[in-house]
Design a protein around this ligand. Sequence first.
Ligand code: ATP
Ligand code: MG
Length: 262
Amino acid sequence: MTTIIAIANQKGGVGKTTTTINLGAALAENDKKVLLIDLDPQGNASTGLGVDHDKRDVTTYDLLSGESSLRDAIQDTTVAGLHIVPATTDLSSADLELIDNAKRSYLLSETLRNVDASTLGYDYILIDCPPSLNILTVNAMVAAHSIIVPLQSEFFALEGLSQLILTVRDVRQTANPTLRIEGIALTMYDKRNNLSLQVEEDARENMGEMVFETVIPRNVRLSEAPSFAVPVLTYDSNSKGSIAYRALAQEVIERTTKKKAA
Ligand code: ATP
Ligand code: MG
């Protein structure tokens, strides 16, 4: 069975793409077969994993518009066992084009949750969401079994969270009753900074066990890796960033395996 996880937070630059790429790579290191869906018109996950713009003939846009099957949209990345459906700026017009489509929230769900997708044998499908609660993110939430929310360890971090949780609640009440929040991952954490400590304390106090034990440190290797088109695990395997994302992957494997067994 495939576990589908959306990486979402409507706030920009909080570490969604970094988490998608490196969690994906860390799961692949554990012999999991992983597919990334780049659902952001910025296409950062595609670039960060070495899919050049001139190789993006078939994209997430074609999946949503029904012009391509999932199988035909999948490409290899620079990491064995980690595949991707890339995105281009085309995807930004999906918002407008889909408005009259009654099934517009279910387009991604229909491609990822059907028999054809299950024959591809993925253990995990990770969806990198855009920084918005638009129709693209709603598609991800309808398609996913669960959500991982990267939370930047900075002042306003918790403010947007209530809006995100309301959207999750809406989706649960309508299209996807079993959608759950897999966990909240604190990112760009700096243990020498009081603000990071404060955000962590607030998050753990308010959200309890929903917050992953692993925190992702601010680590320059994480920001350098994408320009070499590889995850940090390839770029600098012993960096703090690599170690943290490996630990996060273990927690995700534990949480998702437990839920499957329950
Ligand atoms: P957007 O909302 O634009 O899609 P995002 O939420 O996907 O952004 P990222 O692109 O992952 O965020 O990260 C934003 C920037 O911060 C990038 O330049 C990235 O390299 C850097 N970054 C992310 N996580 C870390 C980290 N733990 N340490 C250092 N830099 C980081
Ligand atoms: Mg991003």
